[in-house]
Design a protein around this ligand. Structure first.
Ligand code: ATP
Ligand code: MG
Length: 329
């Protein structure tokens, strides 16, 4: 069977990009062949600590993200859904991998180059790729479904795993990065050259949040930048704004951006089609979400159960790695 693992950091309210690049694919990939668990999906709360954060807000965002996982269709009887910090093995293996990775390769990580390198940069913003490698390697993961912005991280996990195996003997499965077939990197509606990101300020009009109401969605798409001219066709280089809307619509209705373009004679028609597709997808999720967060104690119980399942697998791998490295265990 193919082992799958992926996660999302609770660093903001989830976006349509997180849904198309990640969450929707988690739902499609969940399975349990012959009763064994082959899909692991987690809320990466430890990764949120790399940037300034408010503790109370952090807790709420973690629960919001978990409830959205279930609202989007993850079924705890078919996959393990858990909060990263509730499975101790993540931090434990992370340290072993910090002792395997090199300063040179960590310095080349795009996220560190963009957000780090200042005296008050948190040390964890430098080392987090080791934690991410641990997240992946702990489950003997074959496949990591993530958006294309994450390829460098998976690449580092592969390098570190291969180096570890080489130095200490076969210990880790080498994982594979799998980008989505479509909408691998949604642009921000207000600035399509930039990636749509959940850590953008809550007021950002170019970011569609999974919990936005239909009104808000219509307003944001209405304001989306389009390009000069008035013809709708798919050309990401020359028409990034229009092409982004075509990508979104096509990914949601299950067709190609070119064929959406053919059905939309004007920018106005395209924006209406896009709004309709987004609302049709997100409205049912928003309603299920409201029910799920209302029952906080059963949400917490489901997550505790997921953490137990994940720990059972992860502890085996940590043990294997500790032994290989020469630690007493
Ligand atoms: P942050 O701004 O905090 O980095 P983010 O929106 O980039 O937030 P991540 O937690 O970094 O979200 O990534 C979660 C998953 O969502 C990853 O698989 C990532 O590839 C995917 N993803 C994030 N943004 C997009 C996007 N704009 N288009 C497609 N996939 C995306
Ligand atoms: Mg990101």
């Amino acid at each position: 069977p193919t082992r799958t693992l992926s996660g999302i950091t609770p660093s903001g309210s989830l976006t349509l990009g997180n849904y198309l690049g990640a969450l929707r694919r988690f739902v499609d990939g969940q399975d349990s062949t012959s009763g064994s668990r082959d899909s692991y999906y987690f809320i990466a709360d430890l990764h949120a600590l790399t940037m300034p954060h408010d503790p109370q807000q952090q807790r709420e965002l973690t629960l919001e993200t978990a409830a959205l996982y279930f609202a989007a269709g993850l079924d705890p009887s078919r996959c393990a859904v858990f909060v990263q910090s509730q499975v101790r093995a993540h931090v434990e293996l992370s340290y072993l991998l910090e002792s395997t990775a090199y300063v040179g390769e960590l310095s080349r990580m795009i996220q560190f180059k963009e957000k780090g390198g200042r005296p008050r940069t948190r040390a964890s913003l430098f080392t987090y790729p080791c934690l991410m490698a641990a997240d992946i390697l702990l489950y003997d993961t074959h496949v990591v479904p993530v958006g294309s912005d994450q390829s460098q991280h998976v690449e580092l996990a592969r390098d570190v795993a291969a180096r570890f195996n080489q130095a200490y003997g076969e210990t880790f499965v080498i994982p594979r990065f799998v980008p989505p077939a479509s909408a691998a990197r949604l642009g921000d509606l207000a600035d399509p050259a930039r990636k749509m990101s959940k850590s953008a300020p809550p007021s950002a009009t170019g970011v569609i949040r999974m919990l936005d109401t239909p009104d808000v969605i219509a307003r944001k798409i209405g304001k989306a930048v389009t390009d000069s001219g008035n013809e709708v066709h798919y050309d990401p280089a020359a028409k990034p704004g229009v092409s982004n809307l075509l990508d979104i619509t096509a990914a949601l209705v299950g067709t190609t951006p070119e064929s959406v373009a053919e059905q939309c004679p004007s920018y106005g028609v395209l924006k209406r089609a896009c709004t309709e597709a987004v609302v049709a997808t997100l409205e049912p999720i928003r309603h299920r979400y409201a029910e799920l967060v209302a029952d906080r104690s059963s949400l917490l119980a489901t997550l505790a159960d997921g953490a137990n399942q994940a720990s059972a697998q992860a502890d085996l791998v940590v043990r294997r790695a500790k032994h290989a490295m020469g630690l007493l265990c």
